[in-house]
Design a protein around this ligand. Structure first.
Ligand code: PMP
Length: 354
């Protein structure tokens, strides 16, 4: 398959002259900065936030590069993965003309972001065992298909997608395959992040919002070719990651061991919770999970959801989602939280649950 990014990029993006910020135009060290209309006196906080942050987040990228084994030039950082998704549309999809493929049930923002950008979505549902429908995808691709979003491990089903199927897409699709690996740290399966040199049409998304415990900082990552990173950098707002987020994320990224311990604990709790939920009268099935949540088929999802809310426990009702009929999506909590959840669910008699 010949891959040429120029055949995919929108013409306005190819022509785009990006905004050049004060921090882009002068990159060295100086003693007096009078170039960015900042408050020269300081900021009313213990830490000085009066200066604009590094628009390219180099320190953060260098630390991520060390951890992931991917050179910093191959990394794009977004204001959450959600910004990465939006930028992919803005770079490659002509509004009202191009389309993208998604495989529901999956993460909702691929579709919402498409609507925002006036890009049409073609849905190729997962098979009944929550895997890619490769034939369906092949049939759905047309001249205007620019992106395929695949989520592995998938939200809300929790399972990882078959590696061979994803490789098939990467090898045969002339557009870009975006693999959303938000939950990869909890998975038994290998990331695609080491395959970037193999596939010029691969974008791997990860995030600090899940295993890293930094959802409030809004730091999402894309790992891809330098060509695609360069395009994304042209499009993003100049200072898309605030200084507080950059500094705190950098600090957190020094503490890999702590995070790895939580990941091990979450995976152990996932196993325990899955077994214990499986024994409950109101539970019909607990699906295998490679993520930090479980998809659980119940006799009465709405009733159970309401009873949990009454006890102050919030889960996600996914029962109206195609292929997830009857299902709740339950995040793995601390051992104490999981015990509380189980206690409420245990006390729901089969008869009243209906
Ligand atoms: N991808 C998936 C599959 C998700 O489930 C989520 C969050 N629920 C995101 C991306 C968004 O992550 P972020 O916080 O980095 O925007």
């Amino acid at each position: 398959m010949d891959f040429d990014i120029n055949n995919l990029l929108r013409e306005n993006i190819k022509r785009l002259v990006p905004y050049s910020s004060a921090r882009d135009e002068f990159k060295g060290e100086a003693s007096i900065y009078l170039d960015a209309n900042e408050n020269s006196f300081g900021s009313p906080l213990p830490v000085a936030y009066n200066r604009y942050p590094d628009p390219m987040q180099w320190k953060l990228k260098q630390r991520i590069a060390e951890i992931k084994g991917v050179p910093a030039e191959h990394i794009f950082i977004g204001n959450g993965s959600d910004e990465v998704i939006d930028i992919m549309y803005r770079a490659f999809c002509n509004p009202g003309v191009d389309n993208v493929l998604i495989c529901p049930p999956t993460y909702g923002m691929y579709e919402v972001s498409a609507h925002i950008n006036d890009v049409s979505i073609k849905k190729v549902p997962l098979t009944s065992d929550f895997q890619l429908d490769i034939e369906g995808l092949e049939l759905a691709v047309d001249e205007q298909t620019k992106l395929i979003f695949v989520c592995s491990p998938n939200n809300p089903t929790g399972n990882a997608l078959n590696r061979n199927d994803i490789e098939l897409l990467l090898n045969n699709f002339g557009g870009i395959v975006v693999i959303d690996e938000a939950y990869i740290n909890f998975s038994r399966h290998r990331s695609f992040i080491q395959e970037l040199t193999e596939y010029p049409n691969l974008v791997v998304m990860q995030t600090l919002s899940k295993a890293w415990g930094l959802a409030a900082l809004r730091v999402g990552m894309a790992f891809t070719s330098t060509l695609i990173v360069d395009v994304m950098n042209k499009i993003k707002p100049p200072y898309n990651i605030g200084q507080a987020s950059q500094a705190l994320a950098l600090e957190a990224l020094q503490r890999v061991d702590e995070v790895n311990a939580w990941i091990r604990e979450t995976v152990a709790e996932r196993q325990k919770l899955s077994e214990e939920l499986g024994r409950l009268a109101v539970v019909l099935a607990v699906y295998p999970s490679d993520a930090n949540f479980l998809l659980v088929k119940t006799v009465d999802p709405r009733g159970i959801y309401r009873q949990l809310v009454d006890k102050g426990i919030i889960v996600r009702d996914r029962s109206r989602v195609e292929l997830c009929e009857g299902c709740l999506r339950i995040t793995v909590g601390t051992p104490e939280e999981n015990r509380a959840l189980l206690a409420v669910m245990e006390a729901i008699p089969l008869a009243t649950a209906h």
